[in-house]
Ligand binder design. Structure first.
Ligand SMILES: Nc1ncnc2c1ncn2[C@@H]1O[C@H](COP(=O)(O)OP(=O)(O)OP(=O)(O)O)[C@@H](O)[C@H]1O
Length: 361
């Protein structure tokens, strides 16, 4: 006897929304199981919030279907109203009730007996470490504490699904990573399926089990943070996660010759223009030995010489800009810790074949 598969907590099928004749959400499909955090990541205006609003039920799609625990909650005809979707919401402005205490804010949407409500509020205040602030008013709390109250309030009715729209963007940058980690621990503890909207790759990498990379209304890539970072689908996807260097070339017989040696470019027709993309931390640097650099290797190709244009210390790493002798272009290399060669110093750069990405331009 085979077990019935558990349906995903949230499933979205071919969601579409058109404004003024323009699709702003275009054939978006994904699913989120219980206990998973999925980040909808993309630049401003790509359609993230519109997607979230349709799932919340405050906007209606032009096509597509939404399911919760395998049950249809919305298509273009049938629609469960927002308040009956058992979906929690948390937005950038925490929108706490200023005239209610912390405990009253957290208990606001709760049903059940007074004792049950009190127990749930106490449990959550303990989990967000705000028990001693139970009787404070929101204005007396820091931004980070207010964020934790908002999180506790959103989770209090045990929603199976929590939608979060840029929930950390109002917070002090130095606090954010700690608050993200605490939030993630609580979400995992509660087993909630989370859809978190953000335009910050760092946030998505830190929070997500799965990232959905969105551009112009479409999901262009999906996967674990590691996969998006290390196997981007195109140049723009690579550039979304860090600075990139781009080397141009043209295919000749499955190879693309460059000043850094030949790159294997199978599957591209002769004459195709190629972008070879490499992140600054993956350029290899070597010293100049009386005009000579290291020997070419199959892993690193041929070294090419550049002259240090400037070098800056950024805290965890140093960023060195090289003006390349072969065409005068600039390549940026980042090096851990302090590495500040003087401007004018000649050095050799290599491109690790296992760390670069090759795309048709
Ligand atoms: N009610 C509306 N009427 C017309 N156009 C809209 C409406 N809501 C959103 N749009 C447009 O749809 C596009 C996507 O907006 P959306 O807010 O979903 O993007 P976003 O990715 O969440 O961006 P941001 O991070 O800036 O909020 C934008 O071009 C926006 O101007």
């Amino acid at each position: 006897m085979s077990a019935t598969p558990i349906p995903p907590r949230l499933e979205v099928q071919s969601l579409r929304r058109v404004f003024d004749g323009q699709p702003v959400v275009d054939d978006v499909s994904f699913s989120i199981p219980a206990g998973q955090v999925t980040c909808l990541l993309g630049p401003s205006g790509c359609g993230k919030s519109t997607t979230l609003r349709m799932i919340a039920g405050v906007d209606m799609q032009d096509a597509g279907r939404i399911f919760v625990d395998g049950k249809l909650i919305c298509d273009t005809v049938f629609r469960v109203p927002p308040e009956r979707r058992a979906i929690g919401l948390m937005f950038q402005d925490f929108a706490l009730f200023p005239h209610l205490t912390v405990a009253e804010n957290v208990g606001f949407g709760l049903k059940g007996s007074a004792a049950e409500k009190r127990a749930r509020v106490e449990e959550l205040l303990g989990k967000v470490r705000l028990t001693r602030h139970a009787n404070s008013y929101p204005h007396a709390l820091s931004g980070g504490e207010q964020q934790r109250v908002a999180l506790a309030r959103a989770l209090a009715p045990r929603p199976g699904i929590l939608l979060m729209d840029e929930p950390f963007s109002g917070l002090d940058e130095r606090l954010r990573d700690d608050i993200r980690d605490d939030t993630l621990a609580l979400l995992k503890d509660e087993g909630t399926a989370v859809l978190l909207v953000t335009h910050e790759p760092h946030e998505a990498m830190r929070m997500a089990d799965e990232i959905l990379l969105m551009r112009s209304g479409k999901i262009v890539q999906r996967g674990a943070p590691y996969n998006l970072y290390n196997a981007p689908v195109d140049r723009a996807a690579a550039a979304f996660f860090s600075d990139i260097n781009v080397l141009k070339g043209r295919v000749q017989g499955a190879l693309t010759p460059t000043p850094f040696g030949d790159f294997l470019t199978p599957g591209h027709a002769d004459g195709t223009e190629i972008d070879i993309v490499i992140r600054p931390q993956h350029l290899k640097i070597d010293f100049d030995r009386a005009g000579r650099g290291p020997n070419p290797t199959p892993q690193d190709g041929t070294p090419a010489r550049g002259i240090v244009e400037r070098a800056r210390f950024l805290g965890r790493e140093s960023l060195v800009e090289f003006r390349m002798e072969f065409d005068g272009s600039i390549l940026r290399a980042s090096v851990p810790n302090v590495f500040l060669p003087k401007p004018g110093t000649p050095m050799w750069l290599m491109i690790r074949r296992d760390r670069c990405f090759v795309f048709a331009a």
